[in-house]
Design a protein around this ligand. Structure first.
Ligand code: F6P
Length: 467
């Protein structure tokens, strides 16, 4: 059996009970590992003063995990610094928030090089190598330099911005030069694919051979939109079974006859959380009869708290929340419930099913799996309504959601009103159409589509792969 070697910054090693982690990437790759034996390589999540040069190996089922510690300087420069303070904001169209530092960039390259040198010893000639996420863009170049000639793919989970935005990052051309060392680059949407292809043409003089095929100097790379899906059946079942959860029972009792609006996001400025709270405020001001009739629950687990922009966001959210609840709340009713704990997939599925409205209004998002999970979790007899930002990758597929511009608070507030008053017939029709889309591109099809594309690129291409 052929091996799949996955590399990602975080490695979701199953816990002692063997239970796999619940994140989107973990579930998606679990599917891919059904068809291949696997090796999953990345950061252990730990920091140590003298990390070993070789990874720690942990075998679980048919997957071998290989993880490396970082020094605290590595974490600061590679993860907090370049990946999350310079690249993340640029990729999310926030040029003004991007803080570039040469030291951070050097740290980013150093960690990619040390990952590649440890990984090169573990790669076998027939392995398919599959790199994930923006932390590791230069990894293929480092692997090629270490003599690896295997097919290497990269999946970019977050948006790829327009060339004018990407070009604002110092060293953007150097980062782009790493792209053709991959054979296949998968992105979430057609817009991302187009943006990346245009960047390669404009910054590196790449030549387009076919719609998704580009020649850059002596290498050929395929850039393709392969939107990530979810485990639709698994999520539906989790939602059906969720009724017995204590937390859900408490939530139902607390709601009484009120309708629930739900938002679930990592606490990240790309998700538009304070803006969403202000939108809800606008809705309550424009529709005073709805006060006391509806509760908005925002779940926002804390994220990347060592990065200053995230600490600022946390303060802004708390201030916005306090102001709105203080000015519009009543003794028996709190308009916005805000929780920073992370909940299990089972609890989230139950909360999604309970909510009449799923409010998914990121300012920019690669895909947004919450939108897909919200749809999958609905009760077929009485489904809720998804309000979805046009700037989430999911909006390219879920066209039967109420699609909104998150920057237009009036528009989103009116979408909330429309969703709360939508007939059961219209809710059902929209939900059925979206479920059909989810099923057509669920996570097993995503993994299969990638593998098939991948095997296709093994066919000889007319341009020789050098090195
Ligand atoms: O969406 C991109 C991504 O890197 C995911 O792959 C990851 O699960 C998520 O962001 C969380 O980020 P972090 O690992 O920084 O907590």
């Amino acid at each position: 059996m052929r091996r799949l070697v996955v590399i990602s910054n975080r490695v979701p090693i199953p816990d002692a009970s063997g239970k796999a982690a619940a994140g989107g990437l973990a579930v998606a790759l679990h599917e891919a590992f059904q068809a291949y034996q696997g090796l999953w390589f990345g950061w252990s999540g730990k920091v140590s003063a003298n990390p070993a040069a070789q990874p720690k190996i942990i075998d679980k089922g048919q997957v071998r995990y290989a993880v490396m510690d970082l020094t605290s300087l590595d974490r600061q420069e590679y993860y907090n610094g370049f990946a999350n303070r310079a690249l993340w904001p640029i990729m999310h169209y926030r040029i003004g928030l991007s803080e570039f530092s040469r030291a951070d960039y050097a740290g980013y390259l150093r960690v990619n090089r040390s990952f590649a040198s440890a990984l090169a010893h573990l790669i076998q000639p027939d392995d398919l190598v599959w790199v994930h996420d923006y932390h590791l863009i230069p990894l293929a170049s480092e692997l090629r330099a270490a003599g690896i000639t295997n097919a290497i793919g990269y999946f970019h989970h977050i948006p790829w911005p327009a060339p004018e935005v990407f070009g604002a990052l110092p060293g953007s051309a150097e980062l782009l030069r790493g792209i053709p060392d991959y054979d296949l680059v998968g992105v979430q949407t057609e817009r991302d694919a187009d943006n990346l292809r245009r960047s390669l043409v404009q910054e590196l003089g790449a030549v387009r051979r076919r719609a998704d095929l580009l020649d850059v100097a002596s290498r050929r790379v395929r850039i393709k939109s392969i939107p990530i899906g979810i485990d639709v059946n698994g999520f539906q079942q989790a939602a059906q079974r969720s009724g017995s959860s204590r937390l859900l029972k408490q939530t139902i009792a607390g709601l009484g006859t009120r309708k629930l609006i739900i938002g679930v996001d990592r606490l990240d400025y790309s998700k538009g959380i304070p803006e969403r709270m202000e939108t809800f405020e606008r809705f309550l001001v424009s529709h005073p009869d709805q006060r006391g009739q509806v509760t908005y629950l925002q779940i926002a687990p804390t994220s990347r708290s060592e990065v200053p922009e995230y600490a600022t966001l946390s303060r802004v959210v708390n201030e916005t929340l306090g102001r709105i609840n203080g000015s519009l709340g009543e003794p028996g009713w709190v308009p916005i419930h805000y929780v920073t704990s992370a909940y299990s997939r089972a609890v989230l599925a139950g909360l999604y099913r309970l909510a009449r409205v799923g409010l998914v209004t990121p300012i920019r998002d690669g895909m947004n799996l919450v939108a897909k999970e919200y749809v999958a979790a609905q009760d077929p007899q009485d489904p809720g309504v998804l309000i979805l930002s046009k700037f989430a990758g999911a909006a390219e597929e879920l066209t039967d959601a109420l699609i909104v511009n998150p920057n237009d608070k009036v528009e989103v507030a009116e979408a909330i009103q429309q969703a709360l008053h939508m007939s059961q017939e219209e809710r059902t029709a929209r939900w059925q159409a979206m479920l059909k889309v989810l099923r057509a591109s669920d996570v097993s099809r995503w993994a299969a589509a990638l593998s098939m594309t991948w095997l296709a690129i093994r066919q000889p291409e007319p341009v020789a792969k050098l090195r």
